[in-house]
Design a protein around this ligand. Sequence first.
Ligand code: ATP
Ligand code: MG
Length: 413
Amino acid sequence: MRQSKLFTKTIKEAPKDEISFNAQTLIRAGFIDKVGAGIYTFLPLGLRAHNKICDIVREEMDAVGGQEILMPALTPKEFWQITDRWESFDALFRLIGIDKKEYALGATHEEIISPLIKKYLFSYKELPMYVYQIQTKFRNELRAKAGLLRGREFSMKDLYSFHVNQEDLDKYYKIIQEAYFEILKRCGLADLTYLTFAAGGAFSKYSHEFQTLAERGEDTIYICDDCRVAVNQELIEEQKTCPECNKTDFRKEKAIEVGNIFKLGTRFSKPFDLRFTDESGKKQDVIMGCYGLGPSRVMGAIVEAHHDDKGIIWPEAVAPYQVHLLALGQDNKTKETAEKIYKDLLAKNVEAIYDDRDEKSAGEKFADADLIGIPVRLVISEKTIDKDSAEIKRRDSNKVELVKLEGLVSKFK
Ligand code: ATP
Ligand code: MG
């Protein structure tokens, strides 16, 4: 991508009505644009980062047997009435169609997936089943002030699992915990994330959250460092000891809930009459689990966790580009050399963004590169060309190195 052609620009100051750090930074760097409270447009750079997170999530869900579908965002009222959630789901966006019928914008999809699976599930032989989607969700959040951490429109991966019994659900629930840590590892968040015990509901004592440490996180968790797990503040009154080792010396921290998994039991299969025929020919309720994770919230969490005072520091796997090539100076030699390197990078399928803008000073280009946060910065100038070299610097390090132009591009990938 040539920066001279990128229709977005970095901006000096984020809009005054944006108070969250992740959104301010992403807006300034040209990743997102604010449309309203909790409503954002994903711009070219932001969409690339978001898509990378989604691709990681998709790979890890496919790896644990998930089959991807896409359910509608527009969901008829009667589905929600079956589970008594039309009234009780506070954050539901409700609307009326031209047919005078009422609808909700999907906030979660148990009400849609359960009757869907009922159409295809008959025998125990078809179980377990794992079905997921990555989709835009809508929630009428009261305090949409945390940027991508709390959108009123946001992306969610929601996986639903269907089992013959509790034991099978328990097994898969563990597998998902591992898959989530794999996702978070690839997103650069695993070391900061704690499996956190939270309130469970009617069918299990606990649900589990994946809480990523961040000063500006909205949640408070109590960490047991020995077990590397935590308890959510909302549960701490009832759960005063570590659920794993029973110790009471917790470390209290602020965190962001990037994922949340639940054992649903028959909470949704009962109202939708979702049953299967067991080996002896008897009808049984399906046992369900649901597993949420928010790619857009993860993107916000990455910015909260990985930045310095100059801007974002993207982990490689989620960075919109791998290399930021800067041409400093208007002389022909610099331009020609940078153009050639850019073309060579593209030919090698290295994802590169090339600052070829004539009107920008070296200082402005450096500042923009730091703000945008691409993992590797490659600088070409008269000075480096004199030494047949380019200057290379990683965003997460202060070390600047000269590398020979010859063979430079083959160092990537
Ligand atoms: P919270 O407690 O933060 O309101 P939740 O427990 O209601 O979230 P779930 O319904 O479990 O969230 O949703 C699954 C995942 O979807 C969350 O772990 C989070 O990553 C994401 N998510 C939920 N609400 C939002 C939101 N308003 N903005 C962005 N991501 C969200
Ligand atoms: Mg939650």
